[in-house]
Design a protein around this ligand. Structure first.
Ligand code: PEP
Length: 252
């Protein structure tokens, strides 16, 4: 992808004041050119944060969406609602949704489709467990997730962002080495291209996520198939998030 991206998944963290302060700092800082910054705050603060950001060049998204437009789904927010609220992106299939809400690949696919239908860019998360990796089943597992959750999108795959998030690296402080991440990203790019062969192979954006920190971001970013990051913990503080954003810039 021509542009790079750094996405901050705040999960269920931050209250209004600290969230606003972080958005203010990010919106006035001088972002490296070619890097899109997308924030995924708790939705209850979305409107205030968008107005705080003004025209500071930040994008906002939902941490999840429901595939139906409306209905009796207590606690859920639809892709359509996120779009109307001004979001540009939505995360689907995050491992915490898969683990704590029992969401599988078919549901992830339905959510990605709903997002696309409403003009949102879905960030579809996939990743293997430590057990998968230790048994040598990383590619088999990822292949299954791709086949069930992404491949049916066909040419729309270039409108989707894939986030490779090995489960053993999320929130653990243990990051994939640049070589491990590159090996997987190259595999994913090849499989995505095979599913939409008329598209340019570079047009499938793939982010890495899992304990990205200022200390490892630049090394990961040197890898040819890493187009940016999905960041959890380190996106909650300006200094660490900004250092990662700078590392994602073309000049690092
Ligand atoms: C995440 O939850 O998507 C994530 C990457 O978290 P962390 O950066 O904290 O590992």
């Amino acid at each position: 992808m021509a542009r790079r991206m750094v996405a901050g998944n705040w999960k269920m963290n931050m209250v209004a004041d600290s969230a606003k302060e972080l958005v203010r700092s990010l919106s006035v800082a001088d972002a490296p050119c070619g890097v899109d910054i997308v924030l995924f705050p708790p939705l209850i603060w979305l409107r205030e944060l968008m107005s705080e950001a003004g025209d500071g060049g930040l994008y906002f998204g939902g941490q999840d969406c429901h595939e139906a437009d409306f209905g009796a789904f207590t606690g859920d927010i639809s892709a359509r609602m996120l779009s109307v609220a001004g979001c540009s992106h939505v995360i689907v299939g995050h491992s915490e949704r898969r683990k704590f809400h029992g969401e599988g690949d078919a549901r992830v696919l339905a959510k990605a489709r709903a997002a696309l239908e409403h003009g949102l860019i879905p960030i579809v998360c996939i990743g293997e467990s430590l057990e998968n990796r230790e048994r040598g089943e990383t590619f088999e597992h990822l292949g299954r997730q791709l086949d069930a959750g992404l491949v049916p999108l066909g040419d729309d795959l270039t409108r989707v962002i894939v986030a490779y998030e090995p489960l053993w690296a999320i929130g653990t402080g243990r990051t994939a080495t640049p070589e491990q991440a590159q090996e997987v990203h190259e595999f994913l790019r090849g499989r995505l291209h095979a599913a939409a062969p008329d598209q340019d192979v570079q047009d499938f954006p793939i982010l890495y996520g899992g304990s990205v920190k200022p200390a490892n971001a630049a090394f990961l970013m040197e890898q040819p198939d890493i187009d940016g990051f999905l960041v959890g913990g380190a996106s909650l503080e300006f200094e660490s998030f900004w250092a990662i954003i700078k590392a994602a810039g073309v000049d690092g």
